[in-house]
Design a protein around this ligand. Structure first.
Ligand code: ISL
Length: 538
């Protein structure tokens, strides 16, 4: 890559300079033939991630878990599930990642534990258990009903009766995922110790699961009906959520988590929040200068934007609204997909997903990629009789299942796509003989090469990381913006329309979504659904 300067913007912290790559470890690489991916498997693939050009890997939960929600029901925060490896494997993984200049971000499943966690086992023993108050227990409502009308993400009430002690406990997710009680200072301290545990073992940061749900209304008020609810929407969305989401005390907890990270000084570990809220509320998860919270909460606007609204006008407005909502200096964080949502290539198609990746990797802020999206992987078909993720299946009323976005990574054309020598826990997508890393490495115009080129372009040019961002008014249907720092100026033009558009720009095409016109200078015409990155003449 001749044009790269390899300038790494050293004055910025690593989590601003580098792109994040989400790995769902069960589905990434199996090393022992049990059909479930594991940490030693991920270790084998670190060279791939370094080659690709991401700077950090976020690993979703690998802790001991009865797997009712595949790791998001943790029964021991300070260990590794035997199916995923050992603590020594994590240690080796962190060391080997660091040797390659990669950081390791782990999941902090803070909102709830597994009902098998010793804390909950003890809590439910009696009303007088010393850990009773570690969870949220309430007496039944009238005639034995749940204490109020709160609903779980995974369907049904957010309360389950414990017949032994005659009280209900709260769970925003499955009954097997009881909510911790952050009004109890001992719980906050316990989670701080979990953070320290993983920092001591080489973690470079945390993605706080369900960060906007940590604390609920202390008066347990009923939630009002949602007038916008329509059949087809999630059952939980029958209600508005003023009392179970975004409670002011949630910020108090996140400030405490952040303070633990601040103890690390130069290591600069990162705190990222999983927060599904409108911009005005989302931006409060940065905290303030005096009392910081997340380095950034994920902005899921591009995950939530329906495919028929991916237009230049709509995206331009979205980017500007996000910008306007953030205080100066609040660092953006963009996402196209994750293990809870349909894959981006399924939502937008191959062309649309190529455009989306140019956007993701040239907007200001930290981009997070989801494993396999760099190949254009699409959702797998899910046999309703063989659903593994029952929780997600219920969440979406059977219309969609998270299994679809969690099929094994497609490495090569060998049986099971090189993911495992055994029987994969989820079926490999049948397009793997053509769509895989090995095949796309050989094809210079593949999706993989597009994403790799974009990643290296971003990490080599500070203007694309931290440069000024200016929307450029122009042709209808084309989202165009400049990124500028000092004498470096770039134009990104994304043609979301289905007609060709002439571009008035003095510069050199450095990248096209089709990877077939690099080096071109002069007046370019954007083909339908083509995106270009142009280096402007100083
Ligand atoms: O996708 C979503 C946002 O609307 C939610 O349904 C999602 O389940 C929620 O954001 C919380 O997700 C996280 O916590 C869950 C776990 O099942 C998800 O996989 C995780 O990402 C409970 O731990």
């Amino acid at each position: 890559m001749a044009e790269e300067t390899n300038f790494r913007a050293p004055e910025l912290p690593w989590w601003q300079r580098e792109a994040l790559y989400e790995v769902y470890p069960r589905s990434f690489q199996d090393s022992d033939g049990d059909g479930v991916g594991d940490l030693p498997g991920l270790l084998q693939r670190l060279d791939y991630l370094a080659w690709l050009g991401v700077g950090a890997v976020w690993i979703t939960p690998f802790y001991p878990s009865p797997n009712r929600d595949f790791g998001y029901d943790v029964s021991d925060y300070c260990a590794v599930d035997p199916s995923m490896g050992t603590l020594a494997d994590f240690h080796r993984l962190a060391e080997e990642a660091h040797r390659r200049g990669l950081r390791v971000v782990v999941d902090l499943v803070a909102n709830h534990t597994s009902s098998d966690h010793p804390w909950f086992v003890e809590s439910r023993k009696s009303r007088h258990s010393p850990r009773r108050d570690w969870y949220v227990w309430r007496d039944p409502g009238p005639r034995g009903s749940p204490p109020n009308n709160w609903l779980s993400f995974f369907g049904g009430p957010a309360w389950t009766l414990d017949p032994e002690t005659g009280q209900y406990y709260l769970h925003q997710f499955l009954p097997e995922q009881p909510d911790l009680n952050y009004r109890n200072p001992e719980v906050v301290r316990a989670m701080e110790d979990v953070i320290r545990f993983w920092l001591d073992r080489g973690a470079d940061g945390f993605r706080v699961d369900a960060a906007w749900l940590l604390v609920e209304d202390e008066h347990f008020r009923d939630e009002p009906p949602n007038p916008a609810w329509r059949p087809g929407m999630r059952e939980r969305d029958r209600l508005l959520h003023p009392y179970t989401e975004d409670h002011p005390d949630t910020h108090r907890v996140l400030r405490r988590f952040r303070a633990v990270l601040e103890e690390c000084g130069d290591r600069q570990p990162v705190l990222i929040g999983e927060v599904y809220l409108p911009f005005a509320q989302l931006v409060r998860y940065y905290g303030t200068r005096e009392e910081p919270e997340c380095h950034f909460p994920f902005n899921f606007a591009l995950v939530d934007l329906p495919a028929d609204r991916w237009s230049a006008a709509e995206l331009g407005a979205l980017v500007e609204a996000y910008d306007a909502a953030r205080a100066t200096g609040a660092w953006p964080g963009w996402v196209l997909g994750n293990h809870d949502r349909p894959r981006v290539a399924t939502r937008l198609g191959e062309d649309g997903s190529r455009l989306a990746h140019v956007l993701l990797l040239t907007l200001p802020g930290t981009p997070t990629l989801y494993y396999g999206d760099e190949l254009g992987m699409v959702d797998g078909a899910v046999d309703p009789h063989r659903v593994r993720d029952q929780a997600g299946f219920r969440e979406w009323g059977g219309r969609w299942c998270r299994d679809a976005a969690r099929t094994p990574m497609q490495w090569d054309a060998s049986p099971h796509a090189g993911f495992t020598t055994g029987e994969p826990w989820l079926p490999v997508h049948p397009d793997f003989p053509e769509r895989n890393v090995t095949a796309q490495e050989k094809d210079p115009r593949s999706f993989l090469h597009l994403v790799r080129r974009l990643l290296w372009l971003r990490r080599s040019h500070p203007a694309l990381v931290a440069g000024e961002f200016v929307l450029v008014e122009g042709e209808a249907g084309v989202l165009a913006y400049r990124r500028q720092q000092g004498r470096q100026a770039w134009l990104v033009a994304l043609n979301f329309s289905t007609r060709p558009v002439r571009l008035a720009a003095e510069g050199e095409v450095v990248l096209s979504t089709h990877l077939d016109r690099e080096g071109f200078e002069g007046n370019v015409e954007l083909r339908p659904r083509e995106g270009l990155v142009v280096r402007l003449r100083p």
